[in-house]
Design a protein around this ligand. Structure first.
Ligand code: ADP
Length: 593
């Protein structure tokens, strides 16, 4: 491979690589992809953080709710123990009026919202029932204990305040029913406040779930189980409707969670909307409370989502995507700018290549024309020297005449001098005309039939002298320089007559044939013809095949024809046979040159 080819190959490679670097390629896409992946991870991370934050907030709220329930029940427990204290302060003998005073001092509805009432359940062994009834019928003659059962003891609700709201519960024996009884016995045995399992309070018209809260009291201080059983005297109790308890407990708070409380299979309280699963966060835990195990379930409420609406991850995502989009735009605009510069450089290169080509062409032309000029100068000087020499010779002869020359000889010498001068003038005029051919070429519409008719008129005398017959075929109207084609045709017709054969009248035929991209003109004669050896040379300046004395001429006619046809954008050539005639052909391109 030559060094130029290697260089060209390297240049082409370089050009391809520059062109490639102007497109969005692997590196750009990798940066973008990496940035998108980073965006995704940062967004996911922020999203997870937000979620963790939400979850811990939700857990906090959930345990807060449980705490509130416990706190509220502790407060109620305190009220129960206050009732126990009241009982003790009256040596167990609390009558209706005392209990009324006590409960009104408690301000239940103000201080204990959610509590349904506070009352006393007495432990009455069956054999003491009559005494018990007699005691309490003193204040309330209609007082009775119900319903009937067979246990050896009774646990009737002796008092409950406020009375009007809880009237249905007065005299109710809580030992009649297992759930109420079990909690009562647990309270008795443990000495601690206890609650029953779910029940429907007799005083609750809505029949919603509720429970009883017991605090036991004893006839005397009891440490052991046996002592507690032996001394058990009854319980201060409070009935609760769970819905009201919760309203009292949680109402003041703007809660962000839904709550459900169950005891075993019974739902005590339920705020969950039907579609709570879709709400998102959910928690469930157990709460051991006063001898019962409550299941607390919490779910996030719509207000939770409103209050914890964390738009930070979304903002991060949007910002990062905007940055990515800007990055993409930047890449695109950079690559466009690059491509524009590349195209510009290519155009510059192309135009400089074109300029270089034009320059080379001009140099070629100049070289050619220089060469022609040298040739022309050589031929011209050679041909002009001939008459100049004869001019010099005869003037020398006349100058050196010592009187020996006759008049006739002197007259001849002067005649030669005149002829040489005329010839020189002829040659110089012809040369001047030849050199002027290039000056201003102008294309116009030329009707060749009309043009030839004009020429015929102009050449009338020559045609008559040569007894020539000129036939013109169908001629087109073409786009060409009028003066140039006229001069060309005139030279060819003149030559056809001038070089006619002596033995026959000159016949000239002028035709024009349409070719694909040119008009082909021909001027044919039946003259002396041209030897094939000279058929190219006759188009050179001063090239003549005859002596001037035999057939006069300057030798510039065909050289002019060649220059004219070149100027018109075509070619000229001759086909000829000596003794038969010649055909000169020239072409004119169709359309504007
Ligand atoms: P000139 O006619 O002045 O001699 P040209 O340049 O016109 O010069 O022609 C050059 C030579 O070509 C002529 O001298 C002649 O020998 C030859 N020639 C030109 N036309 C014809 C023709 N129609 N038939 C024969 N010879 C021709």
């Amino acid at each position: 491979m030559s060094s130029t080819t290697t260089e060209q190959q390297e240049l082409a490679d370089e050009r391809r690589s520059i062109e490639r670097s102007g497109r969005l390629h692997g590196a750009h896409w990798s940066v973008l992809a990496l940035s998108l992946v980073l965006t995704f991870f940062v967004w996911q991370y922020a999203e997870r953080q937000a979620q963790d934050k939400r979850e811990s907030r939700f857990q906090r709220y959930s345990s807060q709710v449980a705490g509130l329930i416990q706190e509220r029940l502790h407060k109620y427990e305190d009220a129960l123990w206050a009732g126990v204290a009241a009982k003790h302060s009256h040596s167990q003998a609390v009558d209706l009026a005392t209990w009324r005073r006590f409960s009104s001092a408690l301000h239940i509805s103000d201080k204990y919202p959610g509590i349904n009432g506070i009352g006393v359940i007495d432990y009455v062994p069956r054999q003491q029932l009559d005494d018990y009834l007699a005691t309490h019928r003193r204040d309330r003659p209609a007082y009775k204990v119900h319903p009937q059962h067979t246990l050896p003891f009774l646990l009737p609700i002796t008092f409950i305040m406020p009375e009007d709201k809880n009237a249905a519960a007065i005299g109710l024996d809580v030992a009649h029913e297992a759930n109420r009884l079990r909690a009562a016995l647990n309270a008795r045995d443990s000495g601690k406040a206890q609650i029953t399992g779910p029940i429907v309070l007799v005083q609750d018209a809505n029949k919603t779930p509720g429970f009883l809260f017991y605090a036991p009291f004893y006839r005397q201080h009891s440490e052991t189980l046996e002592e507690r059983r032996a001394n058990f005297a009854g319980m201060v109790y409070a009935p609760f409707v769970v819905a009201e308890l919760m309203r009292g407990t949680l109402e003041q708070q703007q809660r962000d969670i839904f709550l459900r409380i169950s005891d075993g299979d019974t739902v005590l309280y339920d705020e969950f909307p039907d579609n709570h699963e879709k709400q998102g966060l959910f928690a469930e835990y157990k709460l051991n409370i006063y001898g019962r195990e409550w299941q607390i379930a919490t779910a996030s409420s719509p207000s939770f989502w409103r209050n914890t609406d964390d738009s930070q991850p979304k903002i991060i995502l949007v910002c990062a995507l905007v940055i990515d989009a800007m990055l993409l735009l930047l890449f695109i605009s950079l690559s466009r700018a690059h491509r524009r510069s590349f195209n510009f450089a290519q155009r510059m290169l192309a135009s400089s290549e074109k300029n270089a080509a034009a320059l080379t062409q001009t140099i070629d032309k100049l070289e050619q024309s220089n060469h022609q000029l040298e040739r022309f100068a050589f031929i011209a000087s050679h041909d002009l020297r001939e008459p100049l020499r004869s001019l010099g010779n005869y003037s020398e002869l006349l100058k050196n005449d010592d009187g020996s020359m006759t008049d006739e000889q002197r007259g001849k010498a002067i005649g030669f001098i005149q002829a040489a001068a005329t010839r020189m003038e002829e040659l110089l005029t012809a040369l001047l005309n030849y050199s002027r051919i290039d000056f201003s070429y102008q294309v116009e519409t030329v009707d060749c039939t009309e043009l030839l008719a004009e020429l015929r008129d102009d050449l009338g005398r020559q045609l008559a002298d040569g007894q020539a017959e000129v036939r013109v075929g169908a001629m087109p109207t073409i786009q060409v320089g009028r003066n140039e084609i006229r001069q060309l045709l005139q030279n060819l017709i003149t030559n056809a007559i001038k070089f006619r054969a002596n033995d026959r009248a000159a016949q000239v035929e002028i035709e024009c044939t349409e070719k694909e991209s040119t008009w082909l003109f021909s001027v044919c004669d039946n003259g002396i013809g041209i030897d094939s050896a000279h058929q190219n040379a006759i188009f050179d300046v001063f090239k003549r095949l005859h002596r001037h004395e035999d057939i006069p001429g300057s030798g510039i006619g065909l050289a002019s024809c060649k220059k004219l046809s070149k100027l018109m954008g075509g070619e000229i050539w001759v086909e000829s046979e000596v003794g038969k005639g010649s055909c000169f052909y020239f072409t004119v391109p169709k359309g504007e040159k």
